[in-house]
Design a protein around this ligand. Structure first.
Ligand code: SF4
Length: 117
């Protein structure tokens, strides 16, 4: 079931710093407040942090076509698999690899689910 979330974009060239304005997206990911994701925009993908989940229909700006968030994002020095409930060896993820930790850290993935490891 699709969910509506609001996200704040990361400030350009300031990893971990996010703007105050929130933008609405739809997603099938089980996102939680604070998750960092890749948010498509008309100008390309942006890193963004989830500000609100389960946005009520009345709060959705219908002037724009809603875009869909499909991937989580991890900074280059982190590995999404480290906090995922699945095991990399037998998961059905669709990871994008990065440039950290031996060039094999997972930066984004469509199947990531945050767990408490
Ligand atoms: S689902 Fe994605 S994030 Fe989770 S272990 Fe598999 S590749 Fe890593």
């Amino acid at each position: 079931m699709s969910n509506h979330v609001k996200v704040c974009y990361q400030i350009k060239d300031e990893p971990g710093v996010y703007g105050m304005q929130a933008f609405t997206y739809q997603t099938d990911l089980p996102l939680r407040v604070g998750d960092v994701v890749i948010a498509p925009t008309r100008y390309g993908d942006r890193v963004a942090r989830v500000h609100q989940t389960n946005v009520p229909d009345g709060e959705i700006d219908i002037r724009w076509e809603l875009k869909t968030i499909e991937k989580y994002f991890a900074p280059e020095t982190e590995n999404l698999c480290d906090t995922c409930i699945y095991e990399f060896a037998d998961c059905s993820g669709n990871p994008t690899f990065g440039a950290g930790k031996g060039l094999d850290n997972v930066l984004s993935c469509t199947k990531y689910e945050k767990g408490d490891r």
